[in-house]
Design a protein around this ligand. Sequence first.
Ligand code: GTQ
Ligand code: FE2
Length: 377
Amino acid sequence: MTTTSHRPVRIVATDGPGQPDRTPALDDLYRGFEAESLIPLWTEIGDLMPPQPRSRALPHAWRWRDLLPLARRAGDLVPVGRGGERRAIALANPGLGGAPYATPTLWAAIQYLGPREDAPVHRHTQNAFRFVVEGEGVWTVVDGDPVAMRRGDFLLTPGWRFHGHHNRSDAPMAWLDGLDIPFVHLTESAFFEFGPDAVADRGTPARSRSERLWAHPGIAPVSLAGRPTSSSPIAAYRWEFTDRALRDQLELADDGHPGVLGPGHAAVRFTNPTTGGDVMPTIRAEVHRLRPGTRTRTRREVGSSVYQVFSGAGSVRVGDREWTVERGDLFVVPSWQPLTVASETGVDLFRFSDTPIFESLHQHRQHVGDDPEGAGR
Ligand code: GTQ
Ligand code: FE2
């Protein structure tokens, strides 16, 4: 997928339906195609135009209890500084040929910063976020605005903003990074720039300037109101608000108001207050809460998602795989693979996906409910 070498064209002809009989003359024609770098549709169509999406990515899960000790060891052995830029360890989907990609479009990594460490300032066109499943003490500085990172917070670094991270505490911290690195790579649209070598502003405010300006529900500063921006101006969505929104949604459902996804299933989406749409052009982010004893309906959707368990535990079915997951565990749902989640004790799930890409291009479809063929829309 990422190769740029000059591999000669090879035509793999089958004897399947719609294929001409293999004769020396046909073989000769195909060698002629190859010599001129040509490939006929009729030998490729099954792969190029499947009846429904067939992701190369596999359903896969990573355990927090496996990731964290490895990140710690990386903290001992690998310095963080200019060049490598980040001590981030990518979840590499085993179906994607060794690329550091969780899905064909999404990067997911555990990033680790030791006590008092700094990660240098840079910027890139890739959109990024952080989600914190445990710990605190790191500030991510986005265009000079220090943003505290704490458990449950969802933090944005939209494309082309300078950003560095600094750990102001004596404890290490690890968190989840999500970016659209694979999508940007595939579309050959990446730009990157180092920031100043001087460390970012080491300020440690409890609230960022961005939150003071923007993180007030339904309220916008008059100087900026009515002007849609491509990414959300809110640098941090605090867990306190996310949790309250989920609690309220479940309670309202109990009182007979509609608004939950299904019985016992509340979900909130992080949105851009200037548009009401997704936080960034390529990434959607949500938190789902299942009450104890809840099972979701089976859902399949165009595009891929990565989930992380924030708290509680559950059992997850993706395609033909099934796992029991608990706090910190991550799993991938490839395009059009059916997903069902159930929880005996209750679970909070953070989810991010590439859905905005497909919605913008009018390629999005989803299907909810049992549909063994998966052909519904
Ligand atoms: O924190 O700036 O996981 O630039 C990958 C690329 C994190 C970051 C990643 C990045 C960053
Ligand atoms: Fe970055």
